[in-house]
Design a protein around this ligand. Structure first.
Ligand SMILES: CC(C)(COP(=O)(O)OP(=O)(O)OC[C@H]1O[C@@H](n2cnc3c(N)ncnc32)[C@H](O)[C@@H]1OP(=O)(O)O)[C@@H](O)C(=O)NCCC(=O)NCCS
Length: 201
């Protein structure tokens, strides 16, 4: 009932209906569920994108309008562009959306297309191993279900917590690149099999 009401008001209603009727679950771990985002997750994601501490190593605090646009972009990534994207991380005990973790396709990272494991959690959920638990599930989904042979994380060298998450997920430092005008470190996990042939943009 609540979902229907939100969907009627939303400019992304057609995608939202497809969302409701499609399989939303991506992965389940001991403590977490990873699932597709929906427009009703806007408030939870404002706790992520509107918090200066959470956005410290990113492009700054975002508005509510930006968050709605970002959710719309997630739906497009799932249903129109890639078949994957950034997913909602849900705490199974509380049923709360605590942040995102997922895969983003970039056409040019240091001169080549790459698929990134990305993660960002609301501040009150840091320090419990949730990001690593989610990133490991995304790593396995990317390598085993989607067939990627290589996944990366693009990390500000000063972002020690993110580097630790990448390392605990099995990624290793490969190189530094200038990405979107900033010097970043690229951490990589790969396996010696042929990836599915995803188109690049
Ligand atoms: C990065 C982030 C996702 C980590 O979430 P989390 O659930 O706290 O991560 P985990 O608990 O799985 O692991 C964090 C690790 O970093 C360590 N860590 C955290 N802050 C640290 C610091 N300032 N210095 C050194 N280590 C630090 C923790 O001790 C832990 O390592 P350990 O298990 O070896 O002790 C979270 O801090 C976040 O959302 N940050 C803002 C967004 C962001 O930077 N995303 C990544 C962009 S590349």
């Amino acid at each position: 009932m609540v979902i229907t009401a939100v969907v009627r008001r939303s400019p992304v209603h057609s995608m939202a209906f497809r969302y409701i009727s499609s399989t939303m679950l991506i992965a389940e771990t001991d403590r977490l569920i990873l699932r597709h985002f929906h427009v009703v997750d806007a408030v939870a994601m404002e706790r992520v994108f509107c918090d200066p501490e959470v956005m410290q190593f990113s492009s700054g605090v975002k508005s509510s309008q930006w968050v709605e646009q970002w959710l719309r972009g997630c739906l497009e990534d799932y249903f129109q562009k890639w078949g994957f994207g950034l997913w909602a991380v849900v705490n199974k005990r509380s049923a709360e959306v605590i942040g995102f973790c997922g895969l983003t396709r970039f056409p040019d990272v240091g001169g080549q297309p790459e698929t990134e494991i990305g993660y960002r959690l609301a501040r009150k959920h840091w320090g419990h191993g949730f990001a690593t638990e989610a990133a490991c599930a995304v790593r396995d989904y990317g390598l085993n279900r989607l067939g990627f042979s290589r996944l990366i994380s693009i990390i500000d060298p000063k972002n020690i917590a993110s580097i630790r998450v990448a390392e605990k997920t099995g990624l290793r430092f490969e190189k530094e690149v200038i990405f979107r005008g900033f010097l970043d470190s690229v951490y990589v996990i790969s396996r010696p099999i042929h990836a599915r042939n995803y188109p690049t943009t």
